[in-house]
Design a protein around this ligand. Structure first.
Ligand SMILES: Cc1ncc(COP(=O)(O)O)c(C=O)c1O
Length: 377
């Protein structure tokens, strides 16, 4: 079989994104056991680092084993009993995944829907909440399928006024875009490691507000998903240190190192860098005569840009050329946006002026190739 030699890509897609060398190095450090005091020290550093990037003082903040979807299923399975009225605000693919999980856990599921690329205003959220009277509300903060950023307060404010708890999917925002969980009034937030945190996939950062923790502790029914049962996970990661599962230790090392890099840069400085690179990105896109998919600049996700595919251009060919000739990965549109948008992540080590120069040089050439072949047809 020989040794493994993966190609070196520039990851300008929605994720996984580029990883710092120090994170790879951390992953190769010596293994320890899942009950080793050193592992718990790393886990505590991960917990406090996550509190800072989430913007929360929530005690119940942890990294769940599994990818972002494990975080999503943890949120749903720990807070949905059969018959719980769950209102999902849906304007993209990932909101529908939350709805599907809710359905499988027996929720009394209702949806509020908007076209892909839009967000819900506070008035729209309030109207849906007053109409449906849900116990639990879920929304996607950073909708990766559309590039739209839902302002959390527009949903949490009317939800709390109606006594509902709020789940937020922060899979694409954490580490690159402010979430400010406590100020935003989010009760359960989940994320992943392979996007804004610039780490490999494998863990799902998760945080629970004191109100939601109280609800969780009072829950009579055991979570039907044993692996994601937060009460059992609290016994493992908390002071009891009772074995639950074999934690993926190397992924914890990676996340700890990724968080250390973020804290060294400064959380706010990192958010500012992504915002600045996003503004430069949009300026350069518009200078090329292209258009962003999300029309309101204030509602665009800074670290994942969605750009309309120009008329007559085959988006697949552009992506193929970027990959074959420049080793650059970007994302395609899907669902109603298939063939209509490019999804371009500018995150972590690539969110720099040099990263943008690298991307735009290759993108302009790949668009020219696709444009020339469209003109020949
Ligand atoms: C908004 C959102 N939610 C959930 C997920 C699922 O995360 P994962 O693929 O890490 O399981 C993704 C993945 O891209 C996402 O973008």
């Amino acid at each position: 079989m020989g040794s493994l030699h993966p190609p070196r890509r520039f990851l300008f897609g929605p994720g996984p994104t580029q990883i710092e060398p120090r994170v790879y190095e951390a992953m190769s450090k010596p293994m320890v056991g899942y009950l080793d005091p050193f592992f718990f020290q790393v886990n505590e550093e991960v917990r406090t680092g996550l509190q800072q990037v989430f913007g929360t003082k929530n005690d119940l903040t942890l990294a769940i084993s599994g990818t972002g979807s494990a975080g999503m299923e943890a949120a749903v399975s720990n807070f949905v009993d059969p018959g719980t009225k769950l209102l999902v605000f849906s304007a993209g693919y990932f909101a529908e995944r939350i709805a599907e999980m809710g359905r499988r856990h027996g929720a009394n599921l209702v949806r509020a829907e908007k076209p892909w690329g839009e967000v819900f205003t506070e008035a729209e959220a309030r109207e849906a909440i007053e109409r449906e009277k849900p116990q639990l509300v879920a929304f996607v903060h950073a909708e990766t399928s559309t590039g739209a950023l839902q302002p959390p307060r527009w949903i949490t404010k009317p939800a709390h006024e109606a006594g509902a708890l709020v789940i937020a999917d922060c899979v694409t925002s954490l580490g690159a875009t402010p979430i400010r969980v406590d100020e935003s009034g989010i009760d359960m937030a989940f994320s992943c490691t392979q996007k804004g945190l610039s780490c490999p996939p494998g863990l799902a950062p998760f945080t629970v507000s004191p109100r939601a923790e109280e609800r969780l502790r009072a829950r009579k029914m055991a979570n039907p998903v044993w692996y994601l049962d937060l009460k059992l996970l609290m016994e493992y990661y908390g002071s009891m240190r009772r074995y639950h599962h074999t934690a993926p230790v190397s992924n914890f090392y990676a996340l700890r190192e990724g968080l250390a890099a973020i804290l060294e840069e400064g959380v706010e400085q990192r958010f500012d860098r992504h915002a600045r690179m996003h503004r430069d990105f949009v300026r350069r896109i518009e200078a090329m005569g292209l258009k962003m998919h999300v029309t309101d600049p204030a509602l665009r996700l800074p670290n994942l840009n969605t750009v309309r595919v120009p008329e007559g251009v085959d988006d697949q060919q552009v992506r193929r050329t970027l990959m074959a000739e420049h080793d650059i990965e970007i994302g395609a549109g899907f669902g109603p946006l298939a063939g209509k948008i490019f999804r371009i992540g500018v995150m972590g080590p690539l969110a720099t002026p040099q990263g943008l120069d690298l991307f735009f040089g290759a993108f302009e050439r790949s668009l020219a190739v696709a444009g020339a072949s469209a003109a020949r047809m």
